[in-house]
Design a protein around this ligand. Structure first.
Ligand code: GLN
Length: 307
């Protein structure tokens, strides 16, 4: 079992760490530029014992785009597929995650999919609740349930740093509001979205969320259905087709594991009916994916035949 192979995992993470030199931390959100690019950590959860964790396991980081999977789960549970997919599409894109171009050229003017920023903003607008606090509270409660960790909060420093500099996301939101994708006030939506992206987790937390999604949405211990089966399947499918931004096609060929990355350097992966994986490595490639994290997942996929 992969979780018992701690010695091998130690070797694999140190091999992958050499690739951190080929990447750079995200700078467009100033608080993310404070990360140490040489950090790399991995946690694997198989539902049996505790997580197998190696590398810089004490590091915590913000979810960033990984949160898009969780807001989508909640919006689908709140509103149902018909409403969600009337406002956001299902198609992958070769454009960067923050691109605006398809919002104008796509007809109707709805975002292509929930894993790019425009789509994620539209999805966040569909989380039920009467205030930002209530909506964020519901998302956090959901994450507490998924991880079994009630301590998870959002990082105010990162949220404020993003809110101050989020003019591109602001423009996406204004464009969509004009085209009736949602009716929320743009600043309220941006406030919620940046807090959602700033939810702070460890690799272990990510591995546990990845495990629940991998195993059809069932809670690890109680076996209660936290995410309905059909929604867990939708999440995995989006992770395959759109999870690694515009590198998703190559990643599917080389690695073949449903995964979602964020510009903090986190990656959450779900092996269907199998393990959950959490990775943190803030040195990113030019598409915004953890450069060493991708190499590590590729090596794990080959060694353990996970594709
Ligand atoms: N909060 C980030 C943004 O909206 C998330 C993007 C990402 O992780 N790719 O730009």
């Amino acid at each position: 079992m992969i979780c018992n192979d701690k010695d091998i995992l130690h070797v694999m993470i140190e091999e992958a760490r050499t690739y951190t030199q080929g990447g750079e931390v995200a700078k467009y959100i100033p608080a993310l530029a404070e990360a140490d690019p040489s950090v790399l950590s991995l946690a694997i959860y198989d539902g049996g014992g505790p997580c197998a964790a190696v590398g810089n396991t004490d590091e915590t980081f913000t979810l960033q785009s990984i949160s898009k999977v969780l807001s989508l789960a909640l919006a689908l549970m709140d509103r149902g597929e018909d409403e969600v997919f009337s406002r956001v599409g299902m198609e992958p894109t070769g454009d960067p995650f923050n691109s605006i171009i398809k919002l104008e050229t796509n007809r109707p003017n709805k975002p292509l999919n929930p894993m790019i920023n425009a789509g994620a903003l539209a999805v966040t607008s569909m989380i039920s609740g009467s205030s930002t606090e209530e909506k964020l509270g519901r998302l956090l409660t959901f994450i507490h349930e998924l991880t079994g960790n009630p301590e998870i909060r959002y990082d105010e420093h990162v949220a404020k740093s993003e809110l101050r500099t989020a003019d591109l996301n602001r423009s996406l939101a204004y464009f969509m509001r004009q085209h009736n994708v949602f009716e929320d006030e743009v600043e309220d939506l941006l406030d919620l979205y940046t807090k959602q992206c700033a939810i702070e987790v460890s690799c272990e937390d990510l591995a546990k969320i990845g495990y629940v999604i991998a195993n059809e949405g069932k809670h690890v211990q109680s076996k209660r259905q936290i995410i309905p089966l059909h929604i867990a399947r939708i999440l995995k499918t989006f992770m395959v087709t759109c999870g690694m931004y515009n590198a998703s096609g190559e990643f599917a060929i080389r690695v073949g594991i449903p995964a979602k990355s964020g510009v903090s350097g986190g990656i959450m992966a779900s092996i269907p009916h199998g393990i959950g994986i959490g990775i943190y490595g803030p040195a990113l490639d030019d598409k915004g994916n953890s450069v060493a994290g991708m190499k590590l997942l590729e090596a794990l996929s080959h060694r353990y035949d996970l594709s």
